[in-house]
Design a protein around this ligand. Structure first.
Ligand SMILES: *Cc1c(COP(=O)(O)O)cnc(C)c1O
Length: 375
């Protein structure tokens, strides 16, 4: 069966452009998720997920049938014990989302808010953590996808270690996109999903947990479905996910993981970096400005400001490019006149070049129509 699937270039930060082999991996005979064939697939996926961040068997990967936010909610609402606080670093929309999740579960939050162009004051954060015994955990968004800033993971991990706090990382858009090592980065819980740098289909998210830690969470859960301990113990005991997972998305994730290891992490990171650099340079040549600070850029996503003096309308640019097979993404923060471009997904240098040519055509079209108005 070889149906030709039109190739689309997604420059939004997930779901991403996937390979045809990942798309086709979803086409499998119907199967019940409690059958051995499927439970062994889940075991393989769980062990592969650990390998991406160099975790050994003192860690465990707990899967949820949910988008990434589901696994974030499972983690926060299961890990922080009653009566304890969580410190959340908020320097973008995803930090803000974590604060909302914690508050929704009536967890007391110590919220540290910074703008995207502010360096995190690490010493100050350390002293806040050290001085407050009621703070149980510290949460960091590794890659703030709302701006393209990479937050200092290793430094924050070391701070958590020194102050005796558990370290929870939203690595949704950095896992499999930049190097992460659960031991060197001192991570207790790491959350990500199938459809970002892993290049799988949406539908599955996961928490990579330090096993000793997750055992402490047995009676903490504030919800029924997103009970981290129960999800963990159920799959450990029976091999089965307790609730129906997106079966076909799991087959795609399995294929995506095989492709990740075949390529190697190092080559994938290099691919993202070179696509990013090529895109950033091309945009600057066309007069666009990248406002993500260079020293803290993730090489995965950038915030782009329209050329000075232009009055491009986002929806208009978007629709022009979408018709030609390219998806761009609106801004998230209130930085005026900006939009976002990610370079994750199975993209080649030609894809980036072709995108830049379409964008140039758009600019030409706009300046021609402007001339006509003036004439
Ligand atoms: C994508 C993303 C999420 C989760 O988004 P979902 O739409 O629920 O998958 C959370 N945090 C960050 C940093 C993200 O990039």
């Amino acid at each position: 069966m070889t149906t030709q699937i039109p190739r689309k270039i997604l420059l939004n930060p997930g779901p991403v452009t996937t390979t045809d082999t990942v798309k086709q991996a979803q086409v499998v005979p119907d199967i019940c998720h409690r059958e051995h064939e499927f439970t062994s697939l889940i075991q393989k996926i769980r062990s592969d997920l650990l390998k991406v961040v160099h975790a050994k068997d003192d860690y465990t990967a707990v899967l949820f049938g949910a988008s990434g936010t589901g696994a974030l909610e499972a983690c926060l609402s299961s890990v922080i014990p009653e009566g304890k606080k969580v410190l959340i670093v908020n320097n973008g929309s995803y930090g803000e989302r974590l604060v909302s999740i914690a508050k929704r579960h009536h967890i007391e939050v110590v919220e540290l808010t910074f703008t995207f162009d502010q360096e995190l004051p690490l010493e100050k954060i350390e002293s806040i953590l050290a001085d407050d015994e009621a703070i149980h955990s510290c949460v960091l968004v590794h890659h703030e996808t709302s701006t393209g800033i990479l937050n200092p993971l290793r430094e924050m991990g070391a701070i958590c270690k020194r102050t005796g706090k558990q370290f929870i990382v939203d690595a949704m858009s950095s896992y499999a996109g930049v190097p992460i090592d659960v031991y060197q980065d001192n991570i207790d819980y790491l959350i990500s999903s199938s459809n970002k740098c892993l290049h799988g289909m949406p539908g599955l998210s996961f928490v990579i947990c330090n096993k000793a830690r997750v055992l402490e969470t047995q009676n903490n859960a504030r919800t029924f479905y997103f009970d981290l301990y129960k999800q963990y113990s159920s799959v450990e005991k029976t091999g089965e996910m307790p609730f129906t997972p997106p079966v076909q998305a799991a087959y795609a994730l399995n294929q995506a993981l095989d492709e990740y290891f075949a390529q190697t992490g190092a080559k994938r990171f290099a691919q993202f970096r070179s696509n990013y650099t090529q895109l950033r340079q091309g945009l600057e040549t066309l007069g666009f400005e990248v406002v993500t600070p260079e020293a803290r850029q993730s090489y995965l996503l950038m915030t782009v400001c329209n050329p000075k003096g232009s009055d491009y309308n986002f929806n208009h640019i978007h629709d022009y490019l979408f018709e030609r097979g390219y998806t761009i993404y609106p801004k998230k923060l209130s930085i005026p006149n900006t939009f976002r471009l990610a370079c994750i997904g199975d993209l080649t240098p030609e894809d980036i070049d072709n995108f830049l040519s379409e964008l140039k055509q758009y600019q030409l079209m706009c300046s021609e129509s402007l001339q006509q108005v003036e004439e």
